[in-house]
Design a protein around this ligand. Structure first.
Ligand code: NAD
Length: 263
C-alpha cells in the first residue's frame, strides 16, 4: 500500500487501538508515516494491530502497549514508552472508551457501572491529557484528540446515563484544556462520532428494530464507518488543522443538525 506523508516525523499514541475507530486510526496514522503506539487493555488486539501495520507498511513503525487508561501509573508508563522508543510525543488520541450494557436510566443504572464508565471514559481521558501535556512541553507542542460522542451534544431517547454524562465531561474538559494550553502550542479537540458500525455500538443495537430506530435520525441514512472517524482524527492530528483548537469536531452524517422524521 502507498505511504502518505501527512504525519511524517510525528509520534502518535492511539488508545483503544485494538478495535473499531482506534484500529482504523492506528493504521491510517502509520500509513501517513507517523510512528504509532498502539495502546489497549486488550494486548493481543493491540499486538494484532501492530502486526497489520508491519505487514502493510513495513517494520519499526509501531509498538503495542497494554494499558488500562483508568490507571494513572499505566498511562504514565505508556507515554514514557512512546518517548523511550520513538524519542518524543506529538499526537495523543484518547479514544478508548466503553458503553456498558448495564448502563441505563437514572433509576436502573448501578453506581458501580456509573463509576466504571467515568473511570475509563473521563478519568482515562484526563490521565492521557495530563501525561501527554508533560511530554509535549518537551517537544514544543502537539495535538490531543479526545473521543466524545454525538450524545454529548443532543439528547438520546435510549437511556445510557453514565455514558452520556461521561461524553459531556469529555467535551467540557477538552474545551477548557484547549484554552489553558493554547499558548503552549498544544491543541485539543474533541472528535464527536455519530453512530458507527463498530462492535461497541452493534453489540448494543443488536436487533434490526433497534438499528432502524437510530437510522431514522441520520440524514445520510446509514451508520458511519470507523475509517470515516479515522479521517477526522487524521485532520485534527496533522498540521493541516494548525489553527483548529477547542472544537467539538463532528463526524456524524449530519445527525446533530438534523430535523428528520420517518417517511
Ligand atoms: P470498540 O469497542 O470497537 O473499541 C474500543 C477499544 O477500547 C477496545 O479495543 C477496548 O479493548 C478498548 N478499551 C476499553 N476499555 C479500555 C481501558 N480501560 N483501557 C484501554 N483500552 C480500553 O469501540 P469504538 O466504537 O471504536 O469506540 C471508540 C471510541 O469512540 C469510544 O470512546 C466510544 O465511546 C466512541 N464512540 C463510538 C461510537 C460508535 O458508534 N461506535 C459513537 C460515538 C462515540
Amino acid at each position: 500500500m502507498q505511504l502518505g506523508n501527512r504525519l511524517s516525523g510525528k509520534v502518535a499514541i492511539v488508545t483503544g487501538a485494538a478495535s473499531g475507530i482506534g484500529f482504523e486510526t492506528a493504521l491510517l496514522f502509520a500509513r501517513e508515516d507517523a510512528k504509532v503506539v498502539c495502546a489497549d487493555l486488550n494486548d493481543k488486539g493491540a499486538n494484532d494491530t501492530v502486526q497489520k501495520i508491519t505487514s502493510l507498511f513495513g517494520p519499526d513503525r509501531a509498538i503495542a502497549v497494554k494499558v488500562d487508561v483508568s490507571k494513572e501509573e499505566q498511562v504514565e508508563a505508556m507515554v514514557q514508552q512512546a518517548v523511550t522508543t520513538f524519542g518524543k510525543l506529538d499526537i495523543m488520541f484518547n479514544n478508548a472508551g466503553i458503553m456498558h450494557p448495564a448502563d441505563d436510566n437514572a433509576l436502573n443504572t448501578e453506581e458501580k457501572i456509573w463509576n466504571l464508565t467515568m473511570d475509563i471514559n473521563v478519568k482515562g481521558v484526563w490521565f492521557g491529557c495530563k501525561h501527554a501535556i508533560l511530554a509535549m512541553r518537551k517537544s514544543g507542542g502537539g495535538s490531543i484528540i479526545n473521543t466524545a460522542s454525538f450524545v454529548a451534544l443532543m439528547g438520546a431517547a435510549t437511556p445510557q446515563l453514565a455514558y452520556t454524562a461521561s461524553k459531556g465531561a469529555v467535551l467540557a474538559m477538552t474545551r477548557e484544556l484547549a484554552m489553558v494550553h493554547a499558548r503552549e502550542n498544544i491543541r485539543f479537540n474533541s472528535l464527536c462520532p455519530g453512530p458507527i458500525r463498530t462492535p461497541l455500538l452493534m453489540d448494543f443495537l443488536n436487533t434490526e428494530e433497534k438499528k432502524q430506530r437510530r437510522l431514522v435520525h441520520v440524514p445520510q441514512g446509514r451508520f458511519g464507518e470507523a475509517i470515516e472517524q479515522a479521517n477526522g482524527a487524521l485532520f485534527l492530528a496533522s498540521d493541516e488543522s494548525s489553527f483548529v483548537t477547542g472544537t467539538d469536531f463532528r463526524v456524524d452524517g449530519g445527525l446533530s443538525n438534523a430535523y428528520v422524521t420517518p417517511e
